[in-house]
Write a protein that binds this ligand. Structure first.
Ligand code: GLN
Length: 306
């Protein structure tokens, strides 16, 4: 039996193992939140209270506020077991978003599984930049291309913001195609098309007013030094297996052919890549603007051409 079932600092009746053995102890929601929060913080899990609350609201299908209004609610065995198995996964460093099977991206719920990259909060800024730059053209019938759509977080958000636009989401990975289709369906947007395509070796048809991409930009060297958690995510979504710049070189080469005459593009980049990426694009005649993320890191570049 794993160690966490016998949390040593709790009276015996508060150990899960007691209820496992048919003991009469019933866990209430309040007790469980307190116990699990202490337990996770003793294991150095980040934001333990929030993590526990998110897991329990997911399992019990209650909002976080409802959790607080139901502290006396007892948990049934099945709920406790699910919670236990989620805690075990957390302790093995699995990202919370995979355990929950979803995340929030802007106001959208994005379904996730371990085969797709977890959208990061920073990337919401990329969408916000596009929304801002195109605010006077919100109702136009824009053609938008999302290269490497992953879970579809960016595509779904843009399809919602630009309701009259047509979004084409592409990815080399069939699992991402499936995930983006599911998230598009869930969002109720019907202006989003998903297509399997390897951008390094082929081109989508047509020309686009907006191209957006958050490509795998981590160099293989840096990738090998990242936190344990990241290895739960598909490697193909994170690193190009080379110096991290492969996709920008390809984009600089193909964007002239893919963009409409007044088309713009918006990209996420790695923390140390802005100078390299600027140079790559300047050599092809594009001028880039750089923007920071929440941490003040140069995280986005764009080229506005209207
Ligand atoms: N921002 C991601 C991370 O640091 C990497 C995303 C990407 O490679 N596009 O985990």
């Amino acid at each position: 039996m794993s160690e966490w079932l016998y949390y040593p600092f709790l009276p015996r009746h508060m150990n899960f193992a007691a209820s496992d053995k048919g003991n009469s102890k019933l866990w209430t929601l309040g007790e469980l939140i307190r116990w699990a929060t202490n337990y996770l913080s003793s294991k150095s899990i980040e934001s333990p209270r929030l993590t526990v609350e998110l897991l329990l609201s997911h399992i019990l299908n209650l909002s976080r506020l409802q959790l607080y209004l139901n502290f006396e609610r007892p948990l049934i065995a099945e709920e406790l077991n699910t919670f236990k198995s989620h805690l075990k996964r957390l302790l093995k460093s699995e990202p919370l978003q995979y355990i929950l099977g979803e995340t929030k991206f802007l106001e959208n719920t994005i379904k996730l599984n371990r085969k797709v990259f977890i959208p990061r909060p920073e990337t919401e800024i990329l969408v916000k930049i596009i929304e801002d730059k195109y605010k006077s053209r919100k109702n136009e019938k824009l053609r938008i291309l999302d290269i490497g759509c992953g879970s579809g977080a960016i595509s779904v958000s843009l399809a919602k913001i630009f309701k009259n636009s047509n979004v084409l989401a592409i990815d080399i990975d069939p699992d991402c195609i499936e995930a983006t289709k599911e998230n598009a369906l869930l969002s109720g947007q019907n202006n989003l098309i998903v297509e399997k395509l390897d951008i390094l070796n082929s081109l989508p048809n047509g020309s686009f007013d907006i191209i957006v991409s958050n490509p795998p930009y981590i160099s293989i060297e840096e990738y090998s030094k990242l936190d344990q958690q990241i290895y739960f995510e598909p490697k193909i979504a994170l690193t190009d297996g080379a110096d991290g710049l492969t996709f920008y070189r390809r984009f600089a080469y193909i964007f002239a052919a893919l963009l409409s005459s007044s088309g713009s593009f918006f990209l996420e980049i790695g923390w140390n890549q802005s100078e390299f990426v600027k140079k790559i694009f300047e050599e092809k005649g594009f001028k880039l603007v750089v923007e920071n993320d929440f941490a003040g890191i140069k995280r986005f570049v764009y080229s506005l051409r209207f």
